[in-house]
Design a protein around this ligand. Structure first.
Ligand SMILES: NC(=O)c1ccc[n+]([C@@H]2O[C@H](COP(=O)([O-])OP(=O)(O)OC[C@H]3O[C@@H](n4cnc5c(N)ncnc54)[C@H](O)[C@@H]3O)[C@@H](O)[C@H]2O)c1
Length: 371
């Protein structure tokens, strides 16, 4: 927002931004809707041309809800249009690998929601195709773009708390998703905690070297019996520079979306608390009461989805490196795989135990990126 003399100007897509990037969104569920709205309204250098979904009615519904005058079509049609220069992949995770390969082959730059894929082999194949076609790929680790976490990272890098000794990342969703979702999600470590592994790399600036995971179905036993997953997990982490960390996840916090981080160092600590829709406190005969935290990711992190997309569009138009590259997605995935293996085996697992198929050169390149 620009503050002019006597008026506020909200920066929207009506701003003349020079050359624009023509974009199509693939998958118009929860995340596709967020990205379509952001691209259409808040990314001035993007021009949204198409919404594509395997279920055409989903694309039509989103276009109508958002009041967008864009093409609603199949994925094939979107990928075959010459005027579409980039695609946002917001389809279920199991489809990402195939779509990345097809979009790359069609010469489209790619913004792909996390995770890149569920299997490391598919991720490696996707990254190889991206590299060979020369398109840019950005991965949707949106939390890196949150103002609190960016402030923490710059404070750590500037030495505000001295040498970092410990971190604690708490990430708890407000409600258990349907069992059907859990069955195809890849499980809590790959689907949910992957954000937190990325946050650990982003904040601490070190690679994840070893994890020791515990998990349980504490909310609903059917999560274990019918989805072979956990709904509650705690992971101890050792980073490559020696920093120790704890990450805990729950699929159900009754008070809302709980996203807190603390980083502790030789000279103090940095802490980011939950946001809330208002800051009003009521004190009465029963005690002190405040608002509940934001309900879920689209309430807590709306600006992050816009900022990450602006970063992607700028990288394509200006010929730069995307702010979150494929190797970042791979490194967080490797940590998640190690956590899953640790949970299954009941012992600590080093990330290089699950990272045999590719040299660590790639992930070191990724770790250079945030710093
Ligand atoms: N970054 C975040 O905060 C965040 C939050 C939620 C989900 N995600 C990720 O976003 C992705 C999508 O999740 P969601 O919750 O929005 O899913 P969703 O189920 O709400 O929506 C998926 C949509 O994709 C469509 N679809 C399925 N296969 C398709 C195909 N081959 N081509 C085109 N359309 C297809 C479906 O019809 C549906 O409309 C997942 O990878 C998930 O991990 C990221």
């Amino acid at each position: 927002m620009v503050c002019g003399p006597g008026r506020f100007v909200v920066e929207g897509n009506d701003v003349d931004a020079g050359k624009k990037l023509n974009v199509g969104v693939l998958g118009l569920g929860r995340m596709g809707t967020v990205h379509a709205a952001g691209l259409a309204r808040h990314v001035p250098r993007a021009r949204l041309l198409a919404l594509a979904d395997a279920d055409l009615s989903a694309a039509l519904r989103v276009a109508a809800e958002l009041g967008l005058d864009v093409a609603c079509c199949s994925t094939d049609e979107a990928l075959s249009r010459d005027d579409i220069e980039a695609v946002v992949i917001a389809t279920p995770t199991g489809t990402h690998g195939g779509l990345i390969e097809r979009a790359s082959a069609a010469g489209k730059h790619i913004f792909c929601e996390k995770p890149i894929a569920l299997e490391l082999e598919v991720i490696d194949q996707s990254l190889d195709v991206v590299a060979s076609t020369g398109v840019l790929l950005q991965v949707g680790f949106n939390r890196r773009f949150d103002a609190n976490f960016q402030r923490m990272r710059s404070g750590i890098a500037a030495g505000e708390i001295g040498a970092v000794h410990l971190f604690h990342i708490m990430s708890r969703d407000p409600c258990l998703p349907p069992l059907e979702y859990l069955r195809t999600s890849g499980g809590m470590f790959l689907d949910m905690m992957i954000h937190d592994f990325d946050m650990a790399r982003f904040l601490i600036g070190e690679e994840i070297e070893e994890v020791f995971a515990m998990g349980a179905a504490r909310i609903d036993p059917r999560v274990a019996s019918e989805a072979q997953d956990v709904d509650t997990a705690m992971v101890a982490v050792r980073m490559s520079g020696g920093t120790l960390g704890a990450i805990d996840n729950s699929r159900r916090a009754v008070y809302g979306y709980d996203q807190r981080v603390e980083v502790f160092g030789a000279d103090g600590l940095l802490r980011a608390e939950n946001g809330a829709p208002d800051q009003v406190e009521r004190i009465d005969a029963t005690g002190r009461h405040g608002p509940r935290p934001f309900l879920f990711f689209s309430d807590r992190y709306p600006q992050t989805y816009i900022t990450e997309m602006r970063g992607f569009v700028d990288a394509v138009l200006d010929g730069g490196t995307p702010p979150v590259v494929g190797a970042d997605g791979r490194a967080a995935h490797v940590a998640a795989l190690a956590a899953r293996k640790s949970f299954e085996l009941g012992r600590p697992v080093r990330t290089d135990e699950v990272n045999a198929s590719r040299s660590t050169e790639e992930s070191h390149r990724a770790s250079d990126q945030p710093w």
